[in-house]
Design a protein around this ligand. Structure first.
Ligand code: SF4
Length: 224
């Protein structure tokens, strides 16, 4: 993993700092990002904040109006319901619309608290804990699942968060997370990964096999 981290860093550099570090903004943005593009997520988040400048207003608004604002992200009814549930729960438990209190908790306790919010899974919780607080957590999205399987880091069974967490060097979770996503979006795409151009081909059993296969095919075609 250290070598993979080094190679990705050499190819892509260190990724930029997160756009927002406010933990509640991050949580809502991440909920809006599921199964949609970054552009639609941003459009939905901005429309929501334009229509309701405070989280209090989002929590108190009729559900349909929240849904209308976040429509660019899709699944707006379900998401509006979940966002309002989460905001009301945070206010009921903490007396304010803020997640800053998580900074005072041990990471394990903070993780339990975020995971107890309705509909929040590990990927979303870890994004908040890593991006906003710098806790050592490694969020795994669909790109990281695919790339890590091809790299032989996860066998595709069980919880990938559990499998990959012990492999991540302390202090490198943020960069590795974003660089692996970048690799998955640019070269290691679901169909026809561009292994010959890949900066980590040397470390990748899947890629080496693919390149060998292509080489053998070319050899037989030339011989034929
Ligand atoms: S060598 Fe190919 S399969 Fe392996 S990580 Fe790179 S693009 Fe993906």
């Amino acid at each position: 993993m250290r070598e993979l981290d080094r190679q990705l860093r050499a190819a892509f550099g260190d990724p930029p700092a997160p756009q927002t570090k406010d933990p509640l903004d991050l949580l809502i943005r991440t909920i809006l990002s599921q199964n949609t593009t970054d552009r639609n997520r941003d459009a939905a988040f901005e429309a929501l904040r334009r229509k309701f400048p405070s989280w209090e207003e989002v929590a108190e608004a009729p559900e349909g109006e929240v849904a209308e604002a976040i429509q660019p992200a899709g699944l707006q009814r379900e998401r509006a319901h979940r966002i309002q549930e989460i905001l009301r729960r945070i206010r009921a438990e903490r007396g304010a619309f803020s997640l800053s209190f998580l900074a005072q908790m041990e990471p394990v306790e903070a993780e339990k608290w975020v995971l107890s919010l309705p509909g929040v899974g590990k990927k979303t919780a870890y994004i908040v804990l890593l991006f906003a607080f710098g806790y050592h957590r490694f969020p795994v999205d669909t790109h990281i699942k695919r790339v890590s399987q091809r790299l032989g880091l996860w066998n595709g069974k069980g919880d990938p968060h559990r499998a990959l967490a012990p492999l991540i060097p302390e202090g490198r979770a943020y960069e590795l997370h974003l660089n692996l996503i970048r690799l998955g979006r640019t070269l290691c795409r679901p169909k026809n990964p561009r292994c010959r151009e890949c900066p980590v081909l040397r470390l990748c059993p899947f890629g080496q096999e693919k390149v060998r296969g292509e080489h053998d095919q070319r050899g037989s075609a030339e011989a034929g």
